[in-house]
Design a protein around this ligand. Structure first.
Ligand code: UDP
Ligand code: MG
Length: 321
């Protein structure tokens, strides 16, 4: 671990247009911070199995600047895996995670660094206070998701929080100690705790290229988050079971008494069908919920590596894990 050094982790998936722009902007900030605060840098660019020329762009950068390190995955493993690989290979006393599309403003870095070194925080997170430029329906569901998560899980999640953050070594080592396969960083960040300060900024649109997330992917990602950080759906399934059981007992007593007192003949197949459908629905839902948890458990139990490296310019012996 090197003092006064910031490792910047940049997960990249098909970012050949954005990456050079990012690098130029970042170089300015690195130069500034070197001059004003004597901070040195390394850029760990994680190529997450890009299908465009991202890797050759990265190699080109690395040839001209020895602060640039790269790890190229054997295929697309997802941003979570890319961030984890970056954290594992970071050698700086401080580590930042930044998107390649300049949606995470590098200009905020000097202030983030100041907060860590002078105000005694362990991490500085960033959150967007506006979601300008984002489809309204996406913002709506994102907000609902954060509200729900803060109710049902212990991983304290902040609305609009980005993965852009600067962390000290203690915080990074804590993150690395969580070795789960199903990584949901927004939750992991909250789960480890420590002293975290939040800085706010206005949403910035991506400089080039396109977002890698469809609405459906985000929806599935949010389900992953819920399953990884909350047992609430399991409780809900159990409570629904108890509830329909109690209702069934009451209805049964009602029918028996009515039969004894009034001697009514049995009537109404419609109500029977509705009840069967209702109970059947709850059962399927509950089995589905159970299945979600079980499938995650299955993936954890297989204990597969979180990513595989195709090539890299980081030597093996610098690996700490
Ligand atoms: N990314 C990645 N692997 C993926 C998808 C995305 O490494 O499978 C990277 C991407 O290159 C970018 C960051 O994660 O640097 C955020 O992606 P994007 O900008 O598409 O997400 P958004 O900002 O739209 O939420
Ligand atoms: Mg983006």
């Amino acid at each position: 671990m090197e003092k006064n050094k910031i490792s910047i982790i940049v997960p990249c998936f098909n970012e050949k247009e954005a990456l050079p722009l990012f690098y130029n902007k970042m170089s300015e900030v690195m130069q500034l911070m070197d001059q004003t605060a004597g901070v040195s840098f390394e850029l760990i660019i994680v190529d997450d199995g890009s299908q465009d020329d991202t890797l050759s762009v990265v190699k080109n950068l690395a040839d001209n600047d020895d602060r640039v390190k790269y790890i190229s995955f054997s295929r697309n493993f997802g941003k979570e895996a890319a961030m984890y690989a970056g954290l594992q290979h970071a050698t700086g006393e401080y580590v930042a995670i930044m998107d390649a599309d300049l949606q995470d403003p590098p200009d905020m870095l000097p202030e983030m660094y100041r907060v860590l070194t002078e105000e005694g925080y362990d991490a500085v997170g960033t959150r967007r206070v506006t979601r300008k430029g984002e489809p309204p329906i996406r913002s709506f569901f994102a907000r609902k998701f954060y509200r729900l998560m803060s109710r049902i899980s212990k991983a304290n999640m902040v609305d609009g929080a980005r993965d852009y953050r600067l962390m000290n070594r203690k915080y990074v080592d804590a993150l690395l100690s969580l070795k789960e396969y199903n990584r949901f960083s927004k939750g992991l960040f909250g789960w480890v705790g420590f002293k975290v300060k939040w800085l706010e900024f206005e949403n910035v649109n991506r400089v080039a290229g396109e977002t890698k997330w469809s609405f459906w992917q985000l929806f599935l990602y949010s389900l992953d988050g819920i399953v990884a950080f909350s047992n609430a759906p399991l409780y809900m399934a159990s409570i629904a079971g108890v509830f329909s059981f109690v209702v069934a007992i009451i209805a049964m007593l009602f029918i028996i008494i009515r039969r004894l007192v009034f001697g009514d003949p049995v009537a109404g197949w419609a109500s029977t069908v509705v009840i069967i459908l209702f109970i059947g629905g709850i059962q399927l839902l509950s089995i589905g919920i159970l299945g979600l948890y079980l499938s995650k458990l299955y993936l954890e139990a297989k204990d597969r590596p979180i990513y595989l490296i195709g090539e890299s310019n980081i030597e093996k012996d610098s690996e700490k894990h």
